[in-house]
Ligand binder design. Sequence first.
Ligand SMILES: Cc1cc2nc3c(=O)[nH]c(=O)nc-3n(C[C@H](O)[C@H](O)[C@H](O)COP(=O)(O)OP(=O)(O)OC[C@H]3O[C@@H](n4cnc5c(N)ncnc54)[C@H](O)[C@@H]3O)c2cc1C
Length: 417
Amino acid sequence: MTELKADVLVLGAGMVGVGAALHLQKRGRDVILVDRHELAGEGTSFGNAGLIESASVFPYMFPRDFGRIFQYAMNRAPEVRYQFSDLPAFLPWLVRYFLASSPDRALHSAMAELPLIQRSLIEHEALIAEAEVPELLRRTGWLKLFRSDGTLASAVKDLERAKQYGVAGEVLDGSAIAAREPNLTGEFAGAIYLPAPGFVPDPGRLAKAYAALFKRKGGRFLVGDAKTLEQVAGGWRVGGVNGAAVAREAVVALGPWSDLVFRPLGYSIPLGIKRGYHLHLAPRGNAVLNHPVLDSDLGYLLAPMNRGIRLTTGVEFARRDAPPTPIQLRQALPRAHAVFPLGDAVDAKPWMGARPCLPDMLPVIGKAPRHAGLWFDFGHQHHGLTLGPATGRLLAEMMTGETPFADPKPFAVERFG
Ligand SMILES: Cc1cc2nc3c(=O)[nH]c(=O)nc-3n(C[C@H](O)[C@H](O)[C@H](O)COP(=O)(O)OP(=O)(O)OC[C@H]3O[C@@H](n4cnc5c(N)ncnc54)[C@H](O)[C@@H]3O)c2cc1C
């Protein structure tokens, strides 16, 4: 069997790994993308809600008000659920998440991520043009619906804060909602319309289109298991189904599976996960959904994907590899049917994914401190589709000695001691 040689191995061909591979390639590096699947974008990057969230300045932190926490503890909030039997496995992580969500620390996370968020759509636009897939970016923006005056008022306050950082948004009343989405029915206190974010009607295909661009420009793809990664003289080696690959440097971009590589190398990084589900349904008759729509108080989102209306759920805390428990999806279905004319399910069963999250909701990007030539790029939480290309640029700039466009310090793994 042949042994491939390159400058860099990028482990994981999700949106994050593909984004890093393309930016390294642009800077003259010979890159091999490695994934256990034959195609890119088959992991978490396949099943998300398709939002390039360039307006999400404030990351999703742990709530601080007692009422909300009580609802979570009782498993009564539609947007968050936890698997009681798995509680011992994720409770220590939840405590860290809670501590990292104090107002000061949450603001620190938001400000650290801001340059990446502001860059997110620009990076996608450039890659979409190069990959020649303009149909995969829709300029619809998205809508957040609110059913109570209280939740609407709190969202309007958040919007006012976000406006200080250049976010555009509009508060809609019932008739303005009906003008944007004539097929919605329900009693809404109001909505927020965010016009700027991009919408990707097939996120898995976008990752594949980027991977195809990478290959067109001379990049190689290796089907193999990242767990076989080993340090060898002069670099790193990974096993593939048709032979191994070696390179001077390696990037861990395995999303929620990144621990499979960093843990055996002796790194104790608090990578947690927030699981989520989706199911596609056919719209009934001629019903059209013009934007992705979040039913905020009921905790689910409807997105007009190419395959049908994708219903995505909020967060489920459970072990990554525990069997799926799509209870939130089952709860959301009748609510979604009441809001929009939905027909039959298009998928045979729900899809499940896991958002890779660090407690401070910032990714880990940068050098592995104890291994020469090893780099990390994972933990993109709720924003991996959004940030993959932007963090790919940041990582590639760091790896090639360019001046990084954003301060990389907040993303260093050393922040966990
Ligand atoms: C329900 C839901 C909705 C979401 N909505 C949005 C949204 O609207 N906008 C947004 O920006 N983000 C959203 N996200 C988050 C986003 O999907 C993730 O942050 C992102 O996909 C993470 O990308 P990644 O490349 O790091 O991981 P992945 O896409 O999971 O890629 C990791 C890759 O590693 C490979 N791999 C794993 N183990 C091995 C191994 N042993 N050997 C080789 N390869 C391996 C996998 O096959 C996979 O291709 C959502 C997530 C969920 C679950």
